[in-house]
Structures are given as structure tokens and as C-alpha cells.
Design a protein around this ligand. Structure first.
Ligand SMILES: N[C@@H](CCC(=O)N[C@@H](CS)C(=O)NCC(=O)O)C(=O)O
Length: 291
């Protein structure tokens, strides 16, 4: 393989130009707020600031699962953060997540509001708070945690590596596509082998499945990077079985559309969620119909 242009890095890298490609305009090498903007606060104990990317979907699926399981205290307001417009660099958002990435949560259920950032940390926070979706058996619980952290460490190779170079980079380069395809397929095989004799990652459905499904489940269901055929996803039979089972859950169907502001199907977009009835009355197809 060969790339037509070879790059010689300078002694010290300088930020002088956009690198091109989708999302290039929001990339910057410095942290912190770029502008003053307060975050809205609704009436529920949990205030979620997010977007329906895989990292965002993990958390909205968890909230919908908690509510479906009868945890009334898990009511939440989900506010839309448009990362393509730089909302993640507003001062209010940065106070909740200094890393300027969705999802970010303010837990106002206690005496003192508590910020929670990083999707894995949010899932764990909610699982512990409601004592649900984490196995009670210590060995299974540890297994669930291992897979949860496996997802957090692995998905950047899928998203920032494979997805970036296969779908978003301004040009297709063989070297990074090969490298990250290799790793993505290795990860799918890790999952497939485990799921041969496990229905779910820690045997019972848990936050590990929610986290992994949002990335790898949606990938094999053909919803990420239009890469299902390229990755030959149907050859991972156990992953396909697991992904379809989770996809069929009503709470997952709801969680997927919260804070979704992209895609052609307007019935699959609920930009903000403040009430369970919003799923029936406030999806974009209904809002557009009303004019
Ligand atoms: N490790 C973080 C990753 C979050 C993340 O990468 N979020 C992306 C969307 S999926 C984002 O907000 N990007 C905005 C940006 O990079 O400026 C988590 O799991 O919460």
C-alpha cells in the first residue's frame, strides 16, 4: 500500500488550519469555554445535556429502562446539545463537563446538585443510585464492570479510528482504514466469542450491554458509518443475535430517539424529552405536521 502524499511533522506542531473532514470545524487543541451560555434547567431530578450519538444513546436508553422498570425517581429532562454548532463549549456546559463532550448530567435529586460526566460514569452512577441493571451477584457484577470498561476503552478505536477514516476523513487512506478495520473486526470477534455461551455480557441484561450495544450493536444493525457490508457483520452471528434482542426492547426504541436531531425519518427524532408523553406528541414529524 502507499499514500500519495507523505507528511513530515514539524519540530513543534502548530494549530494553523482545519484538518478537513466532517466535524473539523469544532476541533480545537485547547479546553475551556468559548462563550457564555447558561444551561436550561427543567423540573425533573435529572438534567441531561446530550445528543443521540452512541455515547448519548447509552444514557437515554438507561433512563428509559429505569423508568420502564418502575423507578419513578428516574424522571429526566433531556436537552439537546448541538455539537456541530459548538454548544459543548458554552460556559454552562463546560461547568458540567470540563471535557466539552456529550453526554453530561446534572443530578439534582439530592441536597447538592452533582455533576456527572463520561457516559460510563453516568451509567454507573444511575445503576448504583437505583440499584438496578448491575448484577447483584458479585462475580457477575465484576464481569459487567469489566465489559463496561472494555467498551469505554475500545469504542474510540471504532469511532475515532475506523469511523473517522472510513466515513468522515476528507480522503480515503488505506493505511488507517486497514489498521482500524483490523481492530474493529478483532473487537467484534472478542464479543462474538464471548456471546457464544452468554446471552448478555454479564449473563443478565446490564449497563454493560447498554454501553456496548449503543456502539457495536448499532454498527452491526447497519446504523453506523454505512459499514455493515464492509465489515461483513453478519458473520458475527452471536453479536447479531444479541444486537437484535436488545434492539427489540421498548425502552431501547425510546432511548434511541431522544435528543436525535439528524436522519431522514422525522418520527425517529425527539429533540428534547421532558415527559413520557413527548414520545407520542413531540417527535419532529408531529411538530412539522402542525407547522
Ligand atoms: N468518553 C466520552 C466520549 C464522549 C464523546 O466523544 N462525545 C462526542 C459525541 S459522541 C462529543 O461530544 N464530541 C464533541 C466534540 O468533540 O467537540 C464519553 O463516553 O462520554
Amino acid at each position: 500500500m502507499s499514500d500519495s502524499s507523505e507528511y513530515t511533522p514539524p519540530k513543534v506542531w502548530e494549530w494553523d488550519a482545519e484538518s478537513g473532514g466532517k466535524f473539523a470545524s469544532i476541533n480545537r487543541p485547547i479546553a475551556g469555554a468559548t462563550h457564555d451560555k447558561e444551561l436550561p434547567v427543567g423540573e425533573h431530578p435529572f438534567q441531561l445535556y446530550s445528543l443521540a450519538t452512541p455515547n448519548g444513546v447509552k444514557v437515554t436508553v438507561m433512563f428509559e429502562e429505569l423508568l420502564a422498570a418502575g423507578h419513578k425517581g428516574a424522571e429526566y429532562d433531556a436537552w439537546l446539545v448541538d455539537i456541530s454548532e459548538g454548544d459543548q463549549f458554552g460556559s454552562g456546559f463546560v461547568e458540567v463537563n470540563p471535557n466539552s463532550k456529550i453526554p453530561a448530567l446534572m443530578d439534582r435529586s439530592g441536597d447538592t446538585p452533582q455533576r456527572v460526566f463520561e457516559s460510563g460514569s453516568i451509567l454507573l452512577h444511575l445503576a448504583e443510585k437505583f440499584d438496578d441493571f448491575l448484577p447483584k451477584d458479585p462475580a457477575r457484577r465484576t464481569e459487567a464492570m469489566s465489559w463496561l470498561f472494555w467498551q469505554m476503552g475500545s469504542a474510540p478505536y471504532l469511532g475515532g479510528g475506523f469511523g473517522h477514516f472510513y466515513a468522515y476523513a476528507p480522503e480515503k487512506f488505506e493505511y488507517p482504514i486497514n489498521r482500524f478495520t483490523m481492530e474493529t473486526k478483532r473487537q467484534l470477534d472478542v464479543m462474538d466469542k464471548h456471546l457464544t455461551d452468554h446471552e448478555y455480557f454479564a449473563d443478565e441484561y446490564s449497563i454493560a450491554d447498554m454501553a456496548i450495544w449503543s456502539w457495536y450493536g448499532q454498527l452491526v444493525l447497519g446504523r453506523l458509518y454505512s459499514a455493515a457490508e464492509f465489515l461483513d457483520v453478519t458473520s458475527y452471528e452471536n453479536v447479531m443475535r444479541w444486537a437484535k434482542a436488545i434492539d427489540a426492547r421498548p425502552a431501547v426504541k425510546r432511548g434511541r430517539i431522544v435528543n436525535r436531531a439528524f436522519g431522514d425519518d422525522l418520527s425517529m427524532q425527539l429533540h428534547e424529552r421532558h415527559n413520557a408523553s413527548d414520545f407520542d406528541t413531540k417527535t419532529q414529524d408531529k411538530i412539522v405536521d402542525k407547522g
